[in-house]
Design a protein around this ligand. Structure first.
Ligand code: 13P
Length: 248
């Protein structure tokens, strides 16, 4: 299966000149890369239109960093999945631990966003991982099963899960490749239980947390992890494309 390499640039590039520089550098870098894999970049929401327009003819797809669970209405400050799709975005990150922490998003909120995103023809990238110490895999099970329950056999293959242990985000530390494989295999086993093996093969399971060009081979190039969700390293177009190159 093609790997999915997603850059989440979070709340950076706080002025448009940094945005312009970033996109130009990204275009330059990607013109030297030959890859069979799918590359996605998720800019801050106000830059979605610019990124979609600027990267339109490139092999890089654009995603949102979040969306709301309604398409329109009195929801001040939220982003409609329909708007993201209309601007040309194809993916959207949902349930990132930073949103679960700072915006108090619950599993119910995440599930509603997943369903609305799917109906808007976006591919939701659902982040799962524990928020407090304890039985991590139990937290992951609850988060994944909430999404599996709400989806159905017709749309589950469009959902991407991203296993992001909170302690690995921005820390420079990653789990061992065995631990990542155990987690991604576990997430897929939950999909198998609910939807069967054939469907589960189509559901992509990524790893995220301190991924760099130096460790991506270790964390992602195995048969069970379908790609990576990259934070800090995606802020540098050369490092981000370095990751793409290492994946192959
Ligand atoms: P870092 O790669 O900076 O650890 O961030 C990971 C992440 O949160 C991606 O969504």
């Amino acid at each position: 299966m093609k790997k999915l390499i997603v850059g989440n640039v979070k709340m950076h590039m706080e002025n448009p000149s940094q945005r312009d520089e970033y996109c130009q550098a990204l275009l330059q870098e990607v013109s030297h890369v030959h890859t069979q894999h799918t590359i996605v970049v998720c800019p801050p929401p106000v830059y979605t239109e610019y990124f979609c327009r600027t990267l339109d003819a490139s092999p890089i797809a654009v995603g949102g960093q979040d969306c709301f669970w309604e398409y329109y209405g009195s929801y001040t400050g939220n982003t409609s999945p329909k708007t993201l799709a209309a601007l040309g975005a194809r993916y959207v990150i949902v349930g990132h631990s930073e949103r679960r922490t700072y915006n108090h998003e619950t599993d119910d909120d995440v599930v509603r966003k997943v369903i609305t995103a799917l109906r808007a023809d976006l591919t939701p990238i659902v982040c799962v991982g524990f928020l407090s110490m304890g039985d991590e895999m139990e937290s992951v099970r609850v988060q994944v099963e909430a999404v599996l329950q709400a989806c159905d056999a017709h749309n589950i293959h469009n959902v991407v899960f991203a296993y992001e242990p909170v302690w690995a985000i921005g820390s420079g530390h990653t789990p061992t490749s065995d631990d990542i494989q155990t987690a991604t295999v576990f997430i897929r086993s939950l999909v198998v239980q609910k939807y069967g093996k054939d469907t589960a093969q189509k559901v992509r399971v990524l790893y995220g947390g301190s991924v760099t060009p130096d460790n991506v081979t270790e964390v992602c190039v195995n048969a069970f992890t379908d790609g990576v969700l990259v934070g800090k390293a995606s802020l540098s177009p050369s490092r981000f494309m370095g990751i793409v190159r290492m994946v192959g």
